[in-house]
Write a protein that binds this ligand. Structure first.
Ligand code: KIV
Length: 293
């Protein structure tokens, strides 16, 4: 099929010729719900720049996350705490531009960084506006309980929200390190209550990071309107996410145990990402038994 010409007067500047890639349907919230209803796992990877975004999109990843993990991956920071809204805007715009140039179809999620949504729902709306105008389709914020009114406020104003529970890296100092969350009954109950509240507030997606597989599977069953995306949370979630540089084996720092290096048996980055997509869709990745660092 011939590709439509890129619009003129684009905010993205001069565009290269239309992509030779086959046209796929843009991923949307209804499309994600369809995948889930059909029992097909949703795939997500982080992306921080135009090139990797385009490659991941071509490899069939449905959701790209401009994660604030870019603080460690791209900026060499010790944690995500130092990442600013301006940095998130820059990377979100780069990824959105990369997708636009290849007429990519991925659903684009961008992290609201530390301190950009903590003061009030109004502050969160101003920060989310920056990321949505940079090209995001959805914003992600960490934590439960205190974040619920903010999620409701954003959703009521037409901004899709992804929540994030379990290990929430922006609060790593308060949590005492990168460790599995929700292990004991009390912590599991709190996590469950917060997840149900977030769904009720309209969160359409929920990243569950480093929580026991049984808890993640139970939450998934209890959250029909909020797609759970696991990382170190076993197989029972609606989808999976990994940090791209981890699954490509180019993170020279400490690697979480739940990560698999998909580059090892692949000749190209695209082939490695395709292998990840296949492994998630077939249920071959992740391994339920592996959660921690
Ligand atoms: O910032 C990030 O990359 C994330 C993922 C680990 C889910 O939040």
């Amino acid at each position: 099929m011939t590709q439509p010409a890129a619009p003129t007067g684009s905010p993205y500047g001069t565009l290269p010729p239309a992509s030779p890639l086959p046209q796929r349907r843009p991923v949307s919230l209804p499309r994600l719900a369809q995948l889930r209803a059909a029992g097909e796992k949703i795939t997500m990877l982080t992306a921080y720049d135009a090139t990797f975004a385009a490659v991941a999109d071509a490899a069939g990843v449905e959701c790209l996350l401009v994660g604030d993990s870019l603080g460690m991956v791209c900026q060499g920071l010790p944690s995500t705490v130092g990442v600013t809204l301006e940095t998130m805007r820059y990377h979100t715009e780069s990824v959105a531009r990369g997708l636009y140039r290849v007429q990519g179809t991925a659903w684009l999620v961008a992290d609201l960084p530390f301190g950009s949504y903590h003061e009030s729902p109004e502050q969160a709306l101003r920060s989310a506006t920056v990321l949505m105008q940079a090209g995001a389709h959805m914003v992600k914020l960490e934590g439960g309980g205190w974040t619920t009114p903010t999620v409701r406020f954003l959703v009521e104003r037409g901004i899709p929200v992804c929540a994030h529970l379990g290990l929430t890296p922006q609060t790593v100092h308060a949590l005492g390190g990168y460790r599995v969350q929700g292990r004991d009954d009390g912590a599991a109950q709190t996590l469950r209550r917060q997840a149900l509240e977030l769904q009720d507030a309209g969160a359409a997606m929920l990243v569950l990071e480093m929580v026991p597989a049984a808890l993640a599977a139970r939450l998934t069953a209890e959250l029909p309107h909020c797609h759970t995306i696991g990382i170190g949370a076993g197989q029972g979630t609606a989808g999976q996410v990994l940090v791209m540089h981890d699954m490509l084996g180019i993170n020279l720092g400490k690697m979480p145990k739940f990560v698999r290096n998909f580059m090892q048996d692949a000749g190209t980055v695209k082939a490695a990402i395709e292998a990840y997509v296949r492994a998630v869709k077939s249920g071959e990745f992740p391994d339920d038994a592996v959660h921690g660092w």
